[in-house]
Design a binder for this molecule. Structure first.
Ligand SMILES: [Zn+2]
Ligand SMILES: [Zn+2]
Length: 336
């Protein structure tokens, strides 16, 4: 089989042949049809996290394809089924969080393409509990980005506590944000899109936003207050300074939900939180069942990622397109 692997931190993607792997106990083999390129793939490509990451490694944790073979003790999946795998690559079932059903915070969690090889390949092995069924309405290249970007946004929104009719502001119109606007609208929220510059307003409206706020304007929090203040702000752009500037745009009891992963601290004063009883929260993607819910909701409501497709052979070019920020909005590798 063909894979695109990274042999050392900072190395290019090398497209080469490997033996097709066999699934072990509680594992399935997936014939990959499409794999999204996520910004977090930079961790493997540049060796940034975790310490001791083993190379060579095949990146890719936005995988859509078909079950090709199953190992022993697999009862849920059969060859031919359309499936996907995301960041959450499996859990142990026996640690304290697992015994409480909190699989995403498993202490022995396996991460796809970090602890095992991922989806920049024609075949991959996945743990049975990490596999999600893909609805027929979603072609593989459109399903793939929903396995990380999609579930992260969908799961954060549905667990944030906002109710139908509440005002939800989505900061950033990028890989996460363009999905966030669509989900917020389809979940029944009054949806405010926040992007840089006035020229994004048209796209934001097309994605379903009721209102648009130019986040490069100085008085971005005031602009949100003029629209009544946000019950929820979903911060998708990994820019801590811009995120911190949004807090005063929250209405009473409003919540800032952060999913744009930045290592920089937020600067928010206690007074900002006390006045109006505001909250700051974060959310970590989801399990395979969360991914399945995300895809079913997308099939039902018409939410789709905007994608640019590249063949697996062009993994270097595709990755550059993603990392440059030029992509509108998710880059997807296709295998056949
Ligand atoms: Zn990701
Ligand atoms: Zn566990």
């Amino acid at each position: 089989m063909k894979v695109a692997q990274v042999s050392k931190p900072g190395g290019d993607f090398e497209v080469l042949e490997r033996a097709i792997p066999e699934p072990g106990r509680n594992q399935v083999r997936i014939k990959v049809e499409a794999c999204g390129i996520c910004h977090s793939d930079v961790l493997v490509k540049e060796g940034r996290w975790p310490y001791g990451l083993e190379y060579p490694r095949v990146p890719g944790h936005e995988i859509a394809g078909r079950i090709d073979a199953v190992g022993t003790d697999v009862s849920l999946w059969t060859p031919g089924q359309r499936v996907g795998v995301g960041w959450h690559g499996g859990h142990c079932f026996i640690c304290d969080p697992c015994r409480r059903g909190n699989f995403i915070n498993c202490r022995n969690q396996k991460i796809t393409a970090i602890h095992v090889d991922g989806g920049y390949a024609e075949y991959m092995i996945a743990a049975a509990e990490a596999v999600a069924a893909v609805p027929d309405a979603l072609p593989a290249p459109e399903a793939a980005p929903l396995l990380c970007a999609g579930v992260t946004v969908f799961n954060a929104l549905r667990n944030a506590g906002a109710q139908a009719g509440d005002t939800v502001a989505v900061q950033g119109i990028g890989g996460l944000g363009h999905l966030g606007i669509q989900y917020a609208r389809q979940m029944g929220f009054r949806t405010i899109a926040m992007g840089r510059g006035a020229n994004k307003a048209e796209l934001a409206k097309k994605l379903g936003a009721h209102e648009y706020v130019d986040s490069s304007a100085k008085a971005v929090a005031d602009d949100l207050q003029k629209l009544g203040g946000a019950d929820l702000i979903l911060a998708t752009a990994p820019d801590s300074k811009s995120i911190s500037a949004l807090v005063n745009g929250l209405g009473p009891n409003g919540k800032l939900m952060v999913i744009g992963a930045s290592p920089e601290p937020l600067s928010i004063s206690p007074i900002q939180l006390i006045a109006g009883s505001r909250k700051v929260d974060g959310w970590a993607s989801g399990t395979a069942q969360d991914s399945q819910d995300t895809m079913e909701f997308s099939a039902l409501s018409g939410v789709r990622p905007m994608i640019e497709k590249y063949p697996l052979d062009k993994a270097n070019e595709a990755y550059q397109q993603m990392i440059s920020g030029r992509a509108r909005f998710r880059v997807v590798l296709t295998m056949s």
